[in-house]
Every structure is written in C-alpha cells, then in structure tokens.
Design a protein around this ligand. Structure first.
Ligand SMILES: Cc1cc2nc3c(=O)[nH]c(=O)nc-3n(C[C@H](O)[C@H](O)[C@H](O)COP(=O)(O)OP(=O)(O)OC[C@H]3O[C@@H](n4cnc5c(N)ncnc54)[C@H](O)[C@@H]3O)c2cc1C
Length: 577
C-alpha cells in the first residue's frame, strides 16, 4: 500500500472528495485506486473561519512500484510503513515463574496484557476495587464528601485516568508504533474505531469503564490473575553492602491479612499518587530521585465562548465537536505557565486520595456536552522549590501534601474546593459571589481568595499569564471565569530511575513503569511504557533461558527508550527534565 500525507480538504467536503484527491495526487486512472484507509484525520484551524481537514491515507493501488516511482519527490507519497505489533518472545509454558505487575492503571494493564499475550500468566495486584465498585465509591465522594482512601479517582481498577476525558494522544517518540497497538486493543475492547485515525482521540469516562473491564477479562482468559483490594505494602529485596540489590517478590495486604508473593520479576506501575508505596520502596533502598512537576488551579469558562474563539463561524459544527486549546507563557520570574489536561465540555472533579486534602482534576464524557470547558493552569516547579527537610528525594510529596491540606482548610474543611473569580484573582481581592460561570466541581466550591493557596512565585506567574492567554483566546481572562484549587498531581514528584533494561538502577528484577516511576505523563504514554516494560520483562526471561525469542519479533532493542523519559502527555510542556 502507499501512504499519502497532507491531503487538505474543506470541512464540509463531499464523501467522494477524498477519493478524487487521491486519484489526482497519484496521477492515475480512477479505476487503478482500490480501497482507501484513513490513517489520520487532523484539523487545520489556524484560520478559524476557514478550517479544513488534513488527511493521511493508505491506498491500495494497481502497479504500486511504478506509481511510487512516478510520484515526484515531496509529493507526499511513500510506501505505507508496517505499524503492526510483533511479539518479541514466548514463555516456556506453565513452568515459567510468574511475573508480578503492581497497579491496574493503563501502564499496569498493558504490561499485563502484553505479558499474558506472550504466555507469561502475570499476577496483577491492585490496591483498589474493580472498576464498577470503585465508580460507586468515587461518586459517593463527589456527591456526599465521603472519601475512601483506597477507592477513589486515583486508586482502583483503571488507574488515575478512568474518570477522565480519556484523551489518547501524546508527543512521545514512538518508533515501534506501540501507540497503534494500544489504540487497536482499545478498539477491540469496545472503543469507537475513530480513535485509530482522528488526530486527537478521546473516549470519555463511561466508555473507559467498560473498556477497562474488557481488558481485564482478556488478561484472565490468557492465564493472568487479577487480585483487587490487594495492596503491596513491602518489597522482598536482597541487598548487598554497597546498596545494590535484587527483588525476590512483594508482601501484600488484603482484608487485614499479609502474604508474601515470590517472583524475580516485579513491575511497579504505581501511578503518581501512591505516596505510601513510594516511601516504602525508598525505605527499602530502591534508588529514587526528585523530579519536577507543576502546580496550579483549574479554570472554567462556558464552552460556547471557547468554541467561538477557536472556531469562529464554525463554532458548534458537529464535525469539529467542542473546541480545545493549548496555552503557554514564560513569565518574567522565570516560571513556565501552561494549560494542562484541557477537558472540553467537561467537569472539574475532586481528585484527592487522602483525607483532609483537596485536589482538582478534570473529566468529560465522550459527547463533551457539558456547559463548561476546563483546564488546569499550572506553573512548573523543580526540586529546588521543594522543602529542605529530611525527606530527601521525597520532599516534593511533602510540598504537594502541604498545598493540598491548605486548600482543604481554605475550602472550609468539608472537601469543598476553594475558588475565586479571575477578575478578583487578578485584582487581589476575595470573591463573594459568582458571575455567569457556574462551577461544575462536586461536592461544591467555597469562594475565597486563592492568593495564599500556592507559593507566591506561582501566583505571580499566573497573574501575568492570564491576561496574555486572553489575547490568544478572547474571554479567557473574563472577570467571572472561575479558578478552583488546587492542582498538584500533574505528574509524579519522583523518578524511580531505571537502566537500559528498564530495571531499577540498583535493584535487579524490579521494573519501575508508567507515570508514578516518572516515565509517562498520560493514558497513552503510560500504556506505551507498559508495552515497553512488558518487552523488557520478557527479554530478561529470554536471557535466563525461561522464554524463547520470537523470529519476526524484533529483539528488545531500544534501550534508550527505557532510560529516556516518555513524559508524553500532549499538553505537558517542560515536564521532561
Ligand atoms: C481526573 C483525571 C483525568 C485525567 N485525564 C487524562 C486524560 O484525559 N488523558 C490523559 O492522557 N491522561 C489523563 N490523566 C492522567 C492519566 O490518568 C495518568 O497519566 C495515567 O493514568 C497514568 O497511568 P499509570 O498506569 O502509570 O498510573 P495510574 O493510572 O495512576 O495507575 C496506578 C495504579 O496502581 C495502583 N496502586 C498504587 N499503589 C499500589 C500498591 N501499593 N499496591 C497495589 N496497587 C497499587 C493504583 O490503585 C492505581 O490503580 C488524568 C488523570 C486524572 C486523575
């Protein structure tokens, strides 16, 4: 097949226009062109009143070689690359020792799925509940303010992104097309097929719940085992006097009972909120370092205003859906301020996993039909900003907890979130009543002054950035736009450093993975890292003679990717150190 890129067509083009454009581009007779598969459909919205679609397509064409030769250089025609997934190994049957995967977020799910597909029968451990039970607990918190610290927006089957907009795009380097594997598995599990080709796919919360359940069913059908309400509370780590060690398994706690599970292959896909587990592995001697993250507030506007600012006369066109945005400003005090996790037509959600703390985040349903648009406006911080205390590389967690606890008190100590109108925030006065923007946050907001909610450098940088953003998106700094605090869990405050075999730099057999380990920053990049780590685990079995490498499946040969940060949440500039 041939791949044709950059085919530009107007928003309201007729269905046959794409075929006509392909025929024109190839300079062949219409009868020579067979099936056309849309690989990607993006939008060019630079001119808001003349928005167009940009297609990349794979085309079956008669006499492919000749057509390709004839296509002029720069004509955007090439052979279609092979984006299919090839397994690298196969376990030696039931005798192979089972790997342990901790966490059922996108990273843990994809590590476990790919390991199961290669015959390794992983044991998957999750501290929270199955996704449907977890959904009830999460909704109880949102509606009644009753928090279950083990079952909430952060913890439970599906991980942190289950109650989310389900954005599935990323800026990671992906030479082996692992993202394609992730999206294809999502589609097989019930996601809309369009996620394979639209440039900014998203699934929304309700669909994600069903998909997560289906992926679990498949892991189990392939010989895996998934244990819920089973928390890893300790690591079995043999250690040499120089600190180097080897993992031999984990200690789990379930229903008040502790049990040792032995394995020489343990994947830690913990997510960024497993603060107790981070402390435990640090205490056990696993090498951990501090890493930058960002802090800020959620901002809400009417979605209709964002649509008008971004899409002009096309606002409301169902082909475009609800508009998003991406904003960055470099403030005079040296801080980067940027929009993060923008949720068109969505709601601001209560995302704490700890008692006495308030944390915000955002989610949408697939339809993105809610009244408001929201995003986090956050300021980048580095380990130099962390408290100088005895916590060493974990000091970023102390800072997060301090900010979250302050927000709890500012909100009235009831899990209502502290909030302020943008006009009042810029003028430095408390807010007393709402304007036209109705807050979506549940269990509710308490209007106040957010100036003390974050360190002064962050407040200063945000006060500078909002009017600048208003020049890019008219109405962004409208006086009654609403800020809700606080956003602290934008990414992990630590990195569990790993080597080119994706293993901890000082603990053989321990595979830190996904967002919590500092190697991903979103659903897709976490899932991609899960595949990468599954391959690394399989490669270590191959090296030990407990699995065989597969012909056709390229050997695990991308060591740089294990070390490199894959902090690929598309709206997350500046997070990669
Ligand atoms: C409300 C919200 C909205 C978001 N929206 C988006 C979005 O639209 N698009 C996007 O790309 N990203 C989004 N994100 C971020 C995204 O969810 C994360 O980047 C992603 O989930 C990280 O995946 P992970 O598998 O590395 O970790 P997680 O998804 O955090 O999963 C970690 C899992 O490990 C479990 N666990 C932790 N400790 C233990 C232990 N000791 N024992 C057993 N189990 C344990 C946890 O319960 C959890 O299920 C959102 C996040 C939130 C909170």
């Amino acid at each position: 097949m041939l791949r044709l890129t950059d085919i530009k067509l107007p928003l309201d083009h007729a269905p046959e226009a794409l075929r006509e454009a392909v025929v024109r581009m190839l300079g062949v007779a219409a009868t020579a062109v067979g099936a056309i598969h849309v690989f990607r459909r993006g939008q060019d919205a630079r001119k808001k009143n003349a928005i167009s679609f940009l297609y990349t397509v794979d085309v079956e064409v008669a006499d492919e070689e000749r057509v390709l030769k004839r296509a002029k250089k720069g004509n955007h025609v090439a052979l279609s690359p092979d984006t299919s997934y090839h397994f690298i190994a196969r376990a030696n049957g039931a005798a192979t020792q089972r790997p342990i995967v901790v966490g059922t977020g996108p990273c843990g799910i994809f590590t476990a799925l790919v390991l199961a597909q290669m015959g390794f029968r992983p044991i998957v451990l999750e501290r929270g509940k199955p996704v449907r039970e977890r959904t009830k607990d999460t909704f109880a918190f949102w509606r009644k303010g009753i928090l279950n610290p083990e079952s909430n927006v952060q913890f439970g089957e599906g991980g942190a992104g289950t109650f989310s907009d389900g954005k599935l795009y990323s800026q990671i380097r992906d030479p082996k097309h692992y993202s394609r594997k992730v999206l294809s598995e999502f589609v097989k599990a019930g996601a809309p097929p369009e996620i394979l080709y639209v440039s900014k796919p998203h699934i929304g919360t309700l669909k994600l719940v069903r998909i997560v359940e289906e992926l679990r069913t498949r892991i189990i059908a392939l010989g895996g085992e998934v244990r819920f309400e089973t928390k890893v509370v300790d690591l079995l780590r043999e250690s040499a006097p120089n600190g180097a060690g080897r993992v031999r398994g984990v200690v789990v706690e379930s229903g008040g009972v502790r049990e040792e599970l032995h394995s020489d292959h343990v994947v830690l896909a913990l997510g960024h909120s497993a603060r107790d587990t981070f402390r435990m592995i640090h205490h056990r001697g696993v090498y951990v370092e501090a890493k930058p993250f960002s802090i800020g507030f959620r901002i809400e506007h009417p979605q209709s205003g964002i649509d008008r600012a971004r899409f002009g006369v096309h606002a409301g066109n169902p082909l475009l859906g609800a508009a998003d945005y991406k904003l960055v400003h470099h403030a005079k005090n040296g801080r980067a301020v940027y929009s993060f996790c923008m949720c068109p037509g969505g709601t601001v959600v209560a995302a704490t996993s700890e008692l006495g703390r308030v944390v915000t985040n955002g989610m949408s349903q697939y339809s993105r039909k809610e009244r408001n648009a929201n995003s986090a406006i956050v300021v980048g911080i580095t380990p130099e900003d962390f408290p100088k205390n005895d916590s060493g590389p974990l000091a970023g967690i102390d800072l997060q907890q301090e900010i979250e606890a302050r927000a709890f008190v500012l909100g009235g100590s009831t899990y209502e979130a502290p909030a302020q109108l943008v006009g009042d925030f810029l003028a430095g006065r408390s807010s007393g009543r709402l304007g036209e923007v109705i807050p979506s946050y549940k269990p509710g907001i308490a209007l106040t002054n957010l100036a003390t909610a974050l360190p002064s450098y962050a407040i200063e940088a945000m006060r500078e950035a909002l009017p600048v953003f208003d020049k890019q998106i008219e109405g962004f700094a409208r006086p009654d736009a609403l800020l809700t605090g606080v956003e602290t869990r934008t990414s992990s405050p630590i990195r569990i450093l790993r080597d080119e075999a994706c293993q901890s730099v000082n603990t053989v057999g321990l595979f830190p993975a996904g967002e919590g380990a500092g190697y991903a920053g979103g659903i897709l990049s976490a899932a991609v890292d899960g595949i990468r780590v599954a391959e690394a685990v399989a490669a270590s079995y191959v090296a030990a003679g407990e699995a065989r490498a597969l012909a056709g499946g390229e050997a695990f040969s991308d060591p740089a990717s294990c070390r490199a940060e894959a902090n690929g949440r598309s709206d997350l500039p500046g997070q990669t150190a």
